[in-house]
Write a protein that binds this ligand. Structure first.
Ligand code: HDD
Length: 755
């Protein structure tokens, strides 16, 4: 049946080729050389995008639909051409004086092809270079209507969005699961212009003033002499800076917590970090902090898992996001705001709202949901969209304004500047992914990469020659008017308010809010990172900051480093915990969780079939792991496709691992089966399977098996009946218990003894 289906598909493809190829030979020209046997025999257009892939919206810089599909501009017609549309008979040989002769300078195609290639790369982002993105839409709930006039937050208003997630420190080609902050940047293509919410998965920042951004990034990036280590903070310069510069303590602690190693972009919170100002239709203002709450809950990797993934699948997060969207498991986040009165002090319960190293606990100011984000389409082209998207916190819409947070002020300057270098000039808003969906009628002109053919003669105001156009828009016509916030009388200084000097009370609150398991992970993370430093002075100073957070944290890390416990630089503050900061507890949808099913030729394949169906029914992903690739067959039902082999599978890919049992243990079922795949070994004894199970167990994942699947569990040192170890005779029962465990993400009872 597979061959028949393949033949049918090939015939369908040939028919499609015939249809698009048409009769497009150039009259009078000989037919082209027959292509090599591996290539298609007739020309055809590029494959259409997969159904879930939606290219950027096509609107002109002036906002009108162009009627031109950017994909068609890139690739039209079936014949190979130069960039000027000249058809080419050959692109494999340079033009030479005879087959063995020198290459001729007149080969314009060679020069164009190589020159373009030489310029294919653009500067990577100085931070957040490695990212993955998706298209989607945002639906306003209307619950913020009394606070802001922003139209896209109105009830039922649907706005297209593009979201880019990223790591901060690593280069474009670095690994996904490094310990780092994650970017969470959202471009809303609203009817009133683009609104960018350029946030992170951590609600605070390392510095309180943007002037220090180059310092913190220079400290975090690889050492300038050898350019190592890549994409991580576990090195002397980072710890040198954050231990000297104690306002970084809070953000650093979040990085050392499980938040620094998310399980998936789909399972991360997002934060606008700064306090923003909402303005309603009457002109009344409130201060707000933005939060993204993932529908799947907030979950993390464990450190060993994260490190293994960096080798086994450096694209883990990127792949996870794209696979989930392609499979129809569209990730969702609720957008919420914490709301504070806009008082002259700009504080709430004593917390300075202009200090980006501080949070306001959700227990004091609950997050109020205002809309829903759904990501439902993968980008069609990584470079065109994910690489060229240009975010900027200054892309605002009426109803949302900035505050005087000095970190935000610097960002408002920095982002537009960086895009000019990165995207080669000031016209980056004309790149399809950056084009506003609202009409654009500005008076900027010319510049590198100008795509628009502007009409008229008077790109200035006032003018009479272009009829005075474009006309200004007051607030009644949707014009953006900055909130006339009074400026307190003061003098020009390079200084920060006294409240900015509190660097330890909030880290202590975060520490106290974590469960014992999470605290153990923090201790392990500091011990690892500082253990990678060479300078004792740096480690000693870092330990002193820990002493100011918590004596036990400091003592445990000092023990790990084999160093004396120092006196705190200031005594730990007296603060209340905020339980909302912990990730442990609660149950969440299991959508998209990956269940590995280990089977071999002798396994209960009827059980495997039923289990796969049940896993799908629970909106999870079953992956069958067998000794070799191909299919597992028993002559009774459909063959089972093998997705992973013992050689390609590693525990880190699975949220749970199940071992299929042998239906008739004791008999030589292997010999009796018509086994096409899986003949390469026995699951119960293969060392790779035992490693898979042992690692899954060590990482506190649900593991189990049915029938004699217990054999491999025992061989891997896992005791059936232990926490999160599910066995039984019926795979359906085993799965229902596994699903219950997955809803809690990990088998928390297994910590901290095991990691
Ligand atoms: Fe930034 C990129 C988030 C402070 C300067 N930043 C960038 C991105 C995110 C953030 C998510 C990647 C956007 C994308 O996917 O293209 N940055 C933050 C947050 C901050 C923050 C949440 C603090 C609250 N950033 C910050 C400061 C400065 C910058 C203080 C400079 C003064 N950030 C940049 C940048 C980047 C950038 C250099 C690099 C690439 C880009 O802008 O487009 O301009």
């Amino acid at each position: 049946p597979v061959k028949a289906a393949a033949d049918k598909a090939a015939e369908k493809a040939r028919a499609a080729v015939r249809q698009v190829a048409g009769d497009d030979e150039i009259p009078g020209r000989p037919a082209p050389e027959p292509p090599s046997p591996q290539e298609p025999t007739r020309p055809r257009g590029p494959l259409p995008p997969k159904p879930d892939q939606r290219g950027p919206k096509t609107v002109s810089p002036t906002g009108e639909p162009t009627g031109v599909d950017p994909a068609a501009v890139a690739q039209r017609g079936e014949r190979l051409t130069t960039a000027q549309g000249l058809r080419l008979p050959d692109t494999d040989h340079s033009l030479k004086a005879g087959p063995r002769g020198p290459v001729l300078l007149q080969d314009h195609h060679l020069r164009e092809k190589i020159t373009h290639f030489d310029h294919e790369r653009i500067p990577e982002r100085v931070v957040h270079a490695r990212g993955a993105a998706a298209h989607g839409f945002f639906q306003g709930y209307g619950t913020a209507a009394h606070l802001t006039k922003a139209a896209f937050l109105g009830k039922g208003v649907e706005t297209p969005v593009f979201v880019r997630f990223s790591t901060v420190l690593g280069s474009r080609g670095s690994s996904d699961t490094v310990r780092d902050t994650r970017g969470f940047a959202t471009k809303f293509y609203t009817g009133e212009g683009v609104f960018d919410l350029v946030g992170n998965n951590i609600p605070v920042f390392f510095i309180q003033d943007a002037i220090k951004f180059p310092d913190v990034i220079h400290a975090g990036k690889p050492h300038p002499d050898r350019e190592i280590p890549q994409a991580q903070s576990a090195h002397d310069t980072f710890w040198d800076f954050v231990s000297l510069h104690t306002e970084a303590t809070h953000h650093t602690l979040w990085n050392m917590s499980d938040r620094g190693i998310p399980r998936s972009y789909r399972m991360m919170e997002g934060f606008g970090v700064h306090t923003f100002r909402f303005v309603n239709a009457e002109g009344a203002t409130t201060l707000v902090k933005f939060h993204w709450k993932p529908k799947l809950g907030v979950h993390s990797l464990v450190w060993e898992e994260a490190q293994l993934i960096n080798g086994a699948d450096p694209d883990f997060h990127r792949r996870d996001l794209a696979d989930a969207i392609e499979a129809g498991a569209h990730p969702q986040w609720e957008l919420g705001v914490q709301v504070f009165p806009d008082t002259p002090e700009q504080t709430f319960e004593g917390i300075d709202l202009l200090d980006p190293t501080k949070i306001v606990p959700e227990e004091l100011a609950p997050v109020q949901p205002i809309g829903l984000l759904t990501l439902d389409a993968n980008p069609t082209n990584y470079f065109a969209e994910t690489e060229q998207v240009a975010f900027h916190p200054g892309h605002l819409v009426p109803g949302i304004d900035v505050t005087d947070d000095p970190l935000l002020a610097g960002r408002l300057f920095s982002y537009i500047d960086t895009q000019i270098t990165r995207l080669g000039g000031p016209n980056f808003a004309q790149i399809p992914v950056n084009r506003p969906h609202a009409p654009v009628n500005d008076m900027t002109r010319d510049g590198l990469h100008q795509d628009a053919v502007h009409r008229g003669v008077a790109p200035y105001r006032p003018n009479s020659l272009d009829g005075g156009c474009p006309f200004l828009a007051g607030p009644e016509a949707g014009g953006y008017v900055e909130v006339p916030v009074p400026i307190a009388e003061s003098s020009k200084v390079r200084a920060a308010p006294a409240s900015f000097n509190d660097h330890f009370s909030q880290p202590r609150r975060f520490w106290l809010s974590l469960t014992p398991v999470e605290q153990e992970h923090v201790i392990a993370a500091y011990s690892f990172e500082l253990g990678k430093c060479y300078e004792n002075a740096v480690k000693e100073r870092a330990l002193r900051t820990l002493a100011s957070i918590d004596p036990r944290l400091c003592a445990e890390v000092a023990k790990g480093l084999g160093m004396p416990v120092p006196e705190p630089s200031e005594p730990p503050a007296s603060v209340e915990p905020s339980p909302a900061l912990s990730q442990v507890g609660g149950e969440w949808p299991v959508t998209g969780r990956v269940v590995g099913i280990v089977a071999d030729a002798g396994s209960d394949l009827a059980g495997v079939r039923a289990l796969r169906r049940a896993v799908f029914d629970a909106d999870m992903v079953p992956l069958v792991i067998a000794p070799t690739g191909g299919e597992l067959t028993d002559g009774d039902g459909d063959p089972i496709t093998v997705q992973r082999t013992f050689a390609t599978a590693r525990s880190v890919e699975f949220d749970a691992v199940l071992l299929a049992g042998n239906p008739a243990p004791g008999e030589d079922a292997h010999g009796a089966r018509d086994a096409k795949a899986g003949d390469g070994g026995r699951a119960a004894t293969d060392p790779r399977v035992l490693l898979l199970v042992a690692e899954a167990y060590r990482h506190a994942k649900a593991v189990g098996g049915w029938a004699d699947g217990e054999e491999a569990l025992r061989a891997a040192g896992v005791t059936p009946g232990g926490p999160g170890v599910v066995t039984g005779g019926d795979p359906a029962d085993v799965l229902s218990e596994i699903t219950r465990l997955l809803a809690r993400h990990r088998v928390w009872d297994r910590f901290p003894a095991t990691v």
